[in-house]
Design a protein around this ligand. Structure first.
Ligand SMILES: NC(=O)c1ccc[n+]([C@@H]2O[C@H](COP(=O)([O-])OP(=O)(O)OC[C@H]3O[C@@H](n4cnc5c(N)ncnc54)[C@H](OP(=O)(O)O)[C@@H]3O)[C@@H](O)[C@H]2O)c1
Length: 255
């Protein structure tokens, strides 16, 4: 993917903690230099970048609020200025706040749409401009959610933003080809939501075909596969332990 003799570099949004951290570490283990994006979690981001640098030297941290257009537009140029180039983006950062039809508002919708789908589009386009100028190849990986195949009325604005990101995955795959491949992963329950206690999480984990959570390591391995497989374009891989086939009346947070 990267030009000959140039180390491949990936930007991971929301890479400080949880799934973003797992993906950062798996990519570093696979030889990628990692740009760890964060908004509030500076200490965790530094710790993740240090852990990545044990596998691939030169990982760094970058701060931006992805709901702010100017800060989002500045992110790829900051990575290029500090690290020389970038070959891939993992759009992992996400706002995840509870609402439903009865308490829906433009404010809640906007909060989810800006960072969860607006930022991925801006970052994919910025990557495209950069790799095209280098006559190189790039890849974008968007993080969706098994919820799109297992619909229930909870987390309305979040779900709408992920549905839009699913559509953006296909449209960007078309419009940024051939120099940037765009694809997606749809995880199932892998870390407790902010509404779940440890016991809730343990109980909810059983609501999958395997009776287990979507192991973060497995999701991270799938992320490496999607970024490195040159024949994957415009596709989504469900990595959810079959959770999307267990019809749920409510979000898994409420089981
Ligand atoms: N966890 C699961 O079980 C699960 C299930 C299905 C799908 N997913 C998807 O997988 C991805 C990762 O999940 P997760 O649970 O690890 O994510 P998370 O902990 O909910 O969020 C990841 C990071 O996103 C960043 N973020 C949120 N809003 C932001 C904004 N406006 N600007 C910049 N950064 C922002 C935060 O960074 P700071 O802390 O630095 O502010 C946060 O740490 C998400 O896209 C999620 O939708 C997760």
């Amino acid at each position: 993917m990267a030009q000959k003799n140039v180390q491949k570099t990936v930007l991971i949004t929301g890479g400080a903690k949880r799934l973003g951290r797992e993906i950062a570490l798996a990519l570093a283990q696979a030889g990628w230099r990692v740009a760890v994006h964060y908004r509030l979690s500076e200490q965790d981001a530094m710790e993740t970048a240090n852990a990545c640098s044990k596998h691939t030297i030169g990982s760094m941290c970058f701060k931006a609020n992805l709901n702010d257009e100017d800060e989002t537009l500045g992110l790829i140029p900051s990575v290029i200025a500090a690290m020389g180039h970038v070959d891939a983006v993992v759009n992992n950062a996400s706002t995840f706040e509870l609402d439903a039809a009865k308490d829906f508002s433009y404010e809640k919708l906007t909060k989810h749409m800006l960072g969860n789908v607006g930022a991925p589009v801006i970052l994919a386009n910025a990557l495209h401009e950069h790799v095209q100028a280098r006559s190189a190849q790039g890849a974008v990986l968007n993080l969706l959610d098994q919820k799109l195949w297992n619909v229930n009325p909870d987390f309305l604005s979040y779900s709408l933003s992920k549905a839009a990101l699913q559509m953006a995955t296909q449209m960007l795959a078309q419009s940024l080809a051939p120099c940037v491949r765009v694809c997606a992963i749809a995880p199932g329950l892998s870390f407790p939501s902010y509404l779940q206690s440890a016991e809730d999480f343990e109980r909810a984990a059983k609501y999958s075909l395997t009776g287990q959570i979507s192991n973060p390591r497995d999701i991270a391995k799938a992320a490496v596969f999607m970024l490195e497989n040159a024949s994957v374009a415009g596709a989504t891989l469900l990595v959810d332990a079959g959770q999307h086939l267990t019809a749920m009346q409510r979000d898994v947070s409420f089981l």
